[in-house]
Design a protein around this ligand. Structure first.
Ligand code: SF4
Length: 437
């Protein structure tokens, strides 16, 4: 039986698509092996969102091709798209596949292995991401048209396209039936879900319910109505798309986890305007206040970029002030890197790499302090935690509360995949320790 391995870089959308690709291989009789194990086929689902992600993608392709000279190496994802746009090639790739054709990779590759397949290849059931059945990431939308001046994603992912609610709900029902407790909705511009549906489109209906699904809040309501759905989380939503309707739906739906990831990027109005981000710092602050007053125990997490061209020391201090004021419970801090074909890449006022690094370190320290300060507020409280194995620590488990506090606690392997009550006890180093109660 031929073997296939898939390495995924970048976002949850890529993760979802890799799971679908592996499922397609399993249906065709391939055996799935770990990402860097010896295999007949490697799929590398690349990312080009930063220069670091792009370099990692290319390094991995070279490494896998060198380790396994006879293997079929398939390169797909945003770096494959970017390479096409700028006329770059992947000398080690057997096949380069566009983002919108990647789900067809198993069929295209299986044809090459036809002689090695038994007449009746067994159909293996595939476990997305090869982990225990805990959470299922489901892509509901693709594409972005915000055109932030630093970002190449609109070029590599194309225009906004929403999946039909019927397909999404069927996937949710299947995830629940196979034991998944948490559904994570993801998309490139998640909050734009449904914007491309036109009135006559019948695909926006929940089969049998008769309710039209025209936007993200109505989709969430339909998902919450699927029997057995225990948790719904959003991967990331842009500030202008956090509507009153969304906040009200989040507050009313018991399965919706009190957690919103809302990218900030900068806390300085001049930098936000130069980034083409459609909000000011005071609008962002007001949005967070509204969200916190609508949703009890809400955690707000974010992405923050440092070193955008022209970011002065004062602009950076403005960002630090806003970050502290809002009290993000987790922050993904990343350094700006010029992306090909973007407006910001052609600016002459690039911030030196050493300054970007210093700012990232300072902001990273603030992020760690804020994260622990938020967790401290919940010490002594018993919260529901979705239990997961803790790597290399027999007898210990870890998991997230609904508002995204990661807790480590002693427990049996049989609890993995269950939602269990855990009392948050203390903070040791960067970890929150708890006990089953
Ligand atoms: S919202 Fe901005 S940063 Fe996010 S994918 Fe679209 S253009 Fe890129």
């Amino acid at each position: 039986m031929p073997t296939v391995a898939c390495a995924t870089l970048g976002c949850k959308v890529n993760q979802y698509e890799s799971d679908r690709i592996l499922a397609g291989f399993a249906e065709r009789g391939f055996s799935i092996v770990a990402a860097e194990a010896p295999a007949d086929v490697y799929v590398i689902n690349t990312c080009s969102v930063t220069s670091v992600a792009e370099a990692k993608s290319r390094k991995l392709i070279r490494k896998l091709a060198k380790q396994n000279p006879g293997a079929t190496v398939v390169v797909t994802g945003c770096d494959a798209e970017m390479a096409r746009l700028v006329g770059r090639t992947f000398p080690d790739a057997t096949l380069i596949v566009a983002n919108d054709a990647k789900l067809d990779i198993p069929r295209r590759v299986a044809d090459r292995f036809a002689s090695r397949m038994s007449a009746e290849a067994p159909v293996t059931s595939v476990q997305p991401s090869h982990g225990p059945r805990i959470r299922r990431v489901i892509k509901v939308q693709d594409g972005c048209d915000m055109f932030c001046t630093y970002c190449s994603v609109p070029l590599t992912r194309g225009e906004v396209r929403s999946r039909s609610a019927r397909d999404i709900l069927a996937e949710v029902a299947s995830a629940v039936a196979t034991g998944h407790r948490e559904i994570v909705l993801t998309g490139v511009l998640l909050g734009s879900y449904g914007r491309d549906f036109c009135q006559s489109q019948a695909t926006g209906e929940h089969p049998g319910s008769g309710n039209a699904v025209e936007d993200l809040p109505s989709l969430i309501k339909e998902i919450a109505a699927v029997p057995g759905v225990e948790r719904i989380r959003l991967s990331s939503i842009e500030p202008p798309q956090v509507s009153e309707r969304l906040l009200d739906a989040a507050a009313q739906i018991a399965a919706f986890t009190p957690h919103l990831h809302i990218p900030l990027q900068s806390g300085d109005d001049g930098v936000l305007a130069a980034m083409n981000r459609p909000y000011t710092r005071s609008e962002y602050r007001d949005l967070c206040r509204r969200a916190c007053s609508t949703i009890e125990d809400l955690a707000i997490t974010t992405d923050v970029m440092v070193g955008f061209p022209g970011e002065t020391d004062q602009a950076f201090e403005n960002k630090l002030d806003l970050v502290r004021e809002i009290g993000f419970t987790r922050m993904h801090v990343f350094r700006y890197s010029p992306r090909p074909l973007t407006v910001a890449a052609s600016r002459t006022d690039q911030v030196p790499e050493s300054v970007r690094a210093q700012r990232a370190n300072r902001l990273g320290q603030v992020a760690r302090d804020l994260q622990l300060a938020f967790a401290r507020r919940y010490l002594g409280r018993t919260m529901d935690v979705l239990a997961e194995p803790l790597r290399d620590s027999p007898g210990w488990l870890a998991g997230y509360t609904p508002n995204y506090i990661r807790v480590v606690f002693e427990g049996r392997p049989s609890a993995v995949g269950q939602i269990v009550p855990v009392r948050l006890l203390r903070i040791r180093g960067a970890a929150v320790l708890g006990e089953l109660s």
